[in-house]
Ligand binder design. Structure first.
Ligand code: SAM
Ligand code: DTB
Ligand code: SF4
Length: 355
């Protein structure tokens, strides 16, 4: 079987069937990775990875029942609840993230949805973080139209809201909000003019059908999310998923590769779970088309690899952090990227299987 026969183009499609995506999952591993890497190289410089840093602006005591989450008030995970952080403290953390090399600052709150009284604070955070020259992202739960507009007006670049899994498996994981609720929030984010960050979690006991179902949902949105976080479940003691069985690492890598193929222009983020991944597994994820990470020693409440280890890994792999051209002319940025892609295609080892 050749990669060409399975996946002839890197075209942007919104009509994926579950069977087509399952067929991608079923490809021999080497064919799948080769195809994903080819698709990746038609839209990205393959040696650049976008770097985001997370900050938990409001921790714990969440009313929702997400079975994976250490922040749900329903599970005893020993987490100390914290009130909404002061704006100045958030900006301090953002400055440190920028100094450490991040280009995007992602602020997360353990809320079902923001309350009216919270909005002036979170919009102030957006303005302050933007003024530091960082891209901004927030994940605050479900939004109504007004809240989406307020965030967009404050200049928020990205809103993260994950679908988490397939529509069929979803009810095993969360009962306090529906899949449809999530799709509606994503729609409001898009309508308000923000970029969408939406992905899911792998390793929650779901099957390949569900992984395919999640990716079909994401790829068949009217526009692909610009950012697609693929999290590997972080098993936290006290949550219902604490004893979930370990996932075969190759199954996780397959997921990244299929996400890359079905959403060719999106940044696919190798998200939670890196702490438990070897350097070799992370290198495979980059080869499969992952081109973004969370950087910094903490995710929201759980550990992430030490920044030194990440920098060493980037060095060993010849990966450079993606730059952020604030206010740069889009055409100029595009031209620069095209130049880098053309350079990569001049490489004697480049073989264009996508043609
Ligand atoms: N409360 C908001 C919400 O759920 O929309 C925002 C914060 S919530 C922690 C953001 C995302 O983190 C979740 O949708 C889930 O995908 C991810 N997440 C939470 N706990 C996780 C875990 N233990 N392992 C992997 N991903 C996790
Ligand atoms: C996403 O998809 N993963 C991030 C971010 N979006 C907000 C969160 C991961 C959380 C992992 C568990 C924790 O640290 O609490
Ligand atoms: Fe709350 Fe978000 Fe955690 Fe669900 S994932 S329990 S909504 S913080």
């Amino acid at each position: 079987m050749t990669a060409n026969r399975q996946m002839p183009t890197a075209a942007i499609r919104h009509d994926w069937t579950r069977q087509q995506v399952l067929d991608l999952f079923a490809m021999p591993f080497n064919d799948l990775l080769f195809t994903a890497q080819q698709v990746h190289r038609t839209h990205f410089d393959a040696n650049r990875v976008q770097v985001s840093t997370l900050c938990s602006i409001k921790t714990g005591a969440c009313p929702e029942d997400c079975a994976y989450c250490p922040q749900s008030a329903r599970y005893d995970t020993g987490l100390e609840r914290e009130k909404l952080m002061k704006v100045e403290k958030v900006l301090e953390e953002a400055r440190a993230a920028k100094a450490g090399g991040a280009t995007r600052f992602c602020m997360g709150a353990a809320w079902r949805s923001p309350k009216k009284k919270d909005m002036p604070y979170v919009t102030e955070m957006v303005r302050g973080v933007k003024a530091l020259g960082l891209e901004t992202c927030m994940t605050l739960g479900m939004l109504n139209d007004e809240q989406a507009k307020e965030l967009a007006d404050a200049g928020l670049d990205y809103y993260n809201h994950n679908l988490d899994t397939s529509p069929e498996y979803y009810g095993e994981i969360i009962t306090t909000r529906t899949y449809q609720d999530r799709l509606e929030t994503l729609d409001r984010v898009r309508t308000a003019g923000m970029k969408v960050c939406a992905g899911g979690i792998i390793g929650m006991g779901e099957g390949e059908q569900d992984r395919a179902g999640l990716l079909v949902q994401l790829a068949n949105l009217p526009e692909h999310p610009e950012s697609v976080p693929i999290n590997m479940l972080v098993k936290v003691a006290g949550t219902p998923l604490e004893d979930e069985r370990d996932l075969d690492p190759f199954e996780f890598i397959r997921c990244i590769a299929v996400a890359r193929i079905v959403m060719p222009k999106s940044h696919v983020r190798l998200s939670a779970g890196r702490e438990h991944m070897s350097d070799e597994m992370q290198a495979l994820a980059f080869l499969a088309g992952a081109n973004s990470i969370f950087y910094g020693e903490k995710l929201l409440t759980t550990p992430n690899p030490e920044t030194n280890r990440d920098m060493q890994l980037f060095n060993r792999l010849g990966i450079q952090p993606e730059e952020y051209h604030q206010h740069a002319d889009e055409a100029e940025a595009e031209a620069e990227l095209s130049g880098r892609i053309a350079e990569q295609q001049q490489d004697p080892y480049f073989y264009n299987a996508v043609k």
